[in-house]
Design a protein. Structure first.
Length: 108
């Protein structure tokens, strides 16, 4: 089956907000519900995975077209963004990283 046929079938049969995984790690397809001004449509959600294979963010970046992807790519490739991130990390306290399987549990 061709990708377009798979996507068309997903758009027609999936529930609103249903996600479909792809073979590209950190990328999934979401069926967005219809609104008053547009029919149900599909969007791509980009949410990179961490070392344990879990999404890095609760919600990723949603894009609905090539123009949006190119706009984000331009921003992410900017050296000024890297300079800003370096400065932000220098003034932001470090996150405490929990080791795999370790949880903060109140023992009773």
């Amino acid at each position: 089956m061709e990708i377009s046929e798979n996507l068309r079938g997903f758009l027609e049969s999936a529930e609103d907000w249903e996600r479909k995984a792809t073979t590209l790690d950190g990328v999934s397809i979401i069926r967005l519900p219809a609104t008053r001004t547009r029919p149900a449509t599909l969007a791509i959600e980009v949410n990179p995975l961490d070392a344990n294979g879990r999404p890095m963010k609760k919600k990723g970046i949603m894009v609905m077209g090539r123009e949006e992807v190119l706009a984000f790519a331009g921003i992410f490739a900017s050296e000024k963004l890297m300079t800003l991130i370096d400065a932000m990390e220098a003034v932001t306290p470090e996150k405490k990283i929990q080791k795999k399987g370790q949880r903060d549990v109140l023992e009773l």
